[in-house]
Write a protein that binds this ligand. Structure first.
Ligand code: AP5
Length: 217
């Protein structure tokens, strides 16, 4: 099954993608995580992407399409994958269609995660992650069960993303509204789009997504 999670920064794409990966065995392909790994490793792609990401703008389509087309070929994606953060432009959506057609695959479901803009800044500026395993938390909505200790790996160090500032969130939101939101029409016309209320608590959003995936599977 091939699924796209589409939504603005802070909508909860990563939170739900990790949960679905654990539950359904679909591999999460997060272009944001891939880019952050490239930045940390100081690769050519990472060095070129770092300033763009910190400004809240989009990395060029050609880079992103290459990244996903290489990753989607890997054997662990044979059972399916969950695209988190890709596509973000018409050019990326068209490239994804071509990639899947070439492999004889179809895009089963595009899930829009709907959230009011007003809540996104709070979600993003409150977010932190385990520095060891990357498990995501939020100062208000998802704290570790034991204060200062990661639920997943027991790590005690946490960090925040360089682009999680109020100023950068505004630029990321503008990029979403201009470049990515038009894809909602593209996928509605293709008949693959469904929406969930991502303002609901994390568990409820998960149940709504699971119901959609059960119907698509
Ligand atoms: P990326 O990493 O994809 O960032 P994003 O799209 O801005 O999304 P986020 O990761 O910020 O949010 P999310 O929706 O995953 O929310 P989360 O689950 O963490 O991209 C970063 C940058 O890389 C881009 O700006 C761009 O520069 C570049 N890039 C990436 N892909 C690209 C592409 N294809 N093309 C070009 N450039 C690209 O949740 C947020 C917080 O809220 C968490 O703390 C969570 O615990 C909490 N939360 C989640 N759900 C709920 C809920 N229901 N209720 C309460 N709290 C919740």
């Amino acid at each position: 099954m091939i699924v796209v999670l589409l939504g603005p920064p802070g909508a909860g794409k990563g939170t739900q993608a990790r949960r679905i990966e654990d539950k359904m065995g679909l591999v999460q392909l997060s272009t944001g995580d891939m880019l952050r790994a490239a930045v940390a490793a100081r690769t050519e792609v990472g060095r070129a992407a770092q300033a763009i990401m910190e400004a809240g703008e989009l990395v060029p389509d050609a880079t992103m399409v290459r990244m996903i087309s290489e990753r989607i070929e890997a054997p662990d994606c044979a059972k399916g994958c969950l695209l988190d953060g890709f596509p973000r432009t018409y050019a990326q959506a068209a490239a994804l269609d071509r990639m899947l057609t070439d492999k004889g695959l179809v895009l089963d479901r595009v899930i829009e995660m709907k959230v009011d803009d007003a809540i996104l800044v709070e979600r993003i500026t409150g977010r932190f992650a385990c520095a060891t395993c990357g498990e995501g938390y939020h100062g208000r909505y998802r704290r570790p069960k034991v204060e200062g200790v990661c639920d997943n790996c027991g790590g005690a160090a946490f960090d925040r993303r360089a682009d999680d500032t109020a100023e950068t969130v505004a630029a990321r939101l503008a990029a979403y509204n201009t470049e990515t939101a038009p894809l909602l029409v593209y996928y509605a016309e293709a008949g693959t789009l469904a929406s969930v209320d991502a303002m609901a608590p994390i568990a409820e959003v998960g149940e709504a997504i699971d119901a959609l995936l059960d119907r698509a599977g």
